[in-house]
Design a protein. Sequence first.
Length: 459
Amino acid sequence: MSYFSQMAGLTVQNFLSAAVGMVVAVALIRGIMARSGKSLGNFWQDLVRTGLYILLPLSVVVALVLVSQGVLQNFSHYLLSNGLTSGGGQTIGMGPVGSQEAIKLLGTNGGGFFNVNSAHPFENPDGFTNLVEMLAVLIIPAALIFMYGRMVGKRRQGYAIYGAVMIMFLGACVVAYIAEAHGSPAQHAAGLHTGVIHGSTGGNMEGKEQRFGIAGSALFNVVTTVTSCGAVNSGLESFTGIGGAIPFANLSASETIFGGVGTGLYSLLLYVILAVFIGGLMVGRTPEYLGKKIEAREIKLTVLGLLATPLMALFCTAMAVASSAGRASIFSPGRPQAFSESFYAYLSQANNNGSAFAGYTGFIQPNAGNLGSHGITFANLLGGFDMLIARYVPILFALAVAGSLAGKRISPAGLGTMRTDNPTFVVLLIGVIILVGALTFFPALLLGPIVQGLTGHLY
C-alpha cells in the first residue's frame, strides 16, 4: 500500500478500533456502578477523549522511542541494492514505519508495515525495542483493569481481576518457553543437541530471529496472543506442538488474559458476572455483584456474549475442513498441522487477533487448478464473515448487559454476600475461564497442536 493510504486510511482505523473497545468497556463499567439507570455516557465524547488524551500522546512517545533505536521513519523511495554477489539485487523497503508501529502495538491492532511483521529489523531492531513493543501491547489493557477498580470505588476489585489475569499470563509464558527450549521431536530424532551452548540459546530456533532467541520469541508470541494484537516476531507455525498450543489456548480464552484495548476488559467483566452467578448457585443465594443482583436476563445476555466468538470460530473451522474449497487452501491436508492452520486462522480472526499459522489462505495446491484459487476466495469470504460476526456481536451483548444492570438498585452487602475481591474469587474466576475455554475448544486443540506435539509430526 502507498504511504498515504497507510497514514490517512489505516491509521484512522487503528485509532478508532482501539477507542471503540475502550468506550464499550467504560459503558459496561458505568452500567455496573450506575445508581440512576438513566445513561451509560456519551459515545462520541468518550471516543474523542480516548483518542486525544490516551492513544495519541502514547503513540507519539512510543514512536519516538522506536525511531531513536533505529526503526525507520521516512518518506523515501524504496532502495535498490546490488548485494555482495553478482546478480543478487535486492529491494529494500522504506517508509513511515515508526509511527505506524506505535499505534499498531498500542491499539493491539497487529499486522506489520513489512510482511514479516515485528521480525523485520526495520520494525524491531534489537532486544530493547522488542521489550518496548511488548510493553506497548500490554500497557493499556493492563491499565484498564486498574481503571475499573478506581471507577467503581473499590480498588481491590481491580487487584483481584488483575491477579487472575497475571496468573494465567505467567503460566502461558512458562509453558511456551519450556516447550521451545526443550526442542522439537524432529531435533531429538535426528540426535541434535538442543541444550544451551556458547553462541546459541539451544532449543527450537526454527522460525525465530537470533537477536531475540527462545525467551524473546516465546514471550512476544504469548503477549501478542493473550491480547488482540497479532504482531509476531517469529513464525508461530514453526513452534513445537506444545509451544504452538499456547497461542491456541490464549486465543481460546476469548480475550480475557489482558485481551485487547477495551475488548479484554469487557470480556473479563462478562466472565466475572458468570463467575458470580456460579458462585451464588453454589452457596444457594441470589448472585450479587457490587450490590446488584445478577438475574436471568443478565446471565442470558452474558452467556450469549461469551459464546458468540467461540461458536463462530468453530463453525468457520468446520466449514473450512469439511468443504473442498476450504481444503484447497491448506498446505498439507490430512495432517495435524493442516487442521492447526485452519483452526488458528478462524480462531485468530474471531478474536480480534490476526496472527496466523503459515500455509493457509495464500497457497494453491499443485494440480488443484481453479480449485486452488477458489479456495483462496473461500477463505477470504469466510474469514470476513467470521470477523464481522465474532467481533461485533459481543459488543451488542456487552452493552445490553450494561443497560440491564444500570437500572438495578444497589442492595447493601450482607453476611451471605460473596466477596469478589479475595483469593477465593480469583481462583473461581480462573476456573470459570479455563472451564469454558476447555469445554469449547479442547476437542479442537486435540486434533491439531496437541496431537502434533505427541506424535512428532512436523507438517
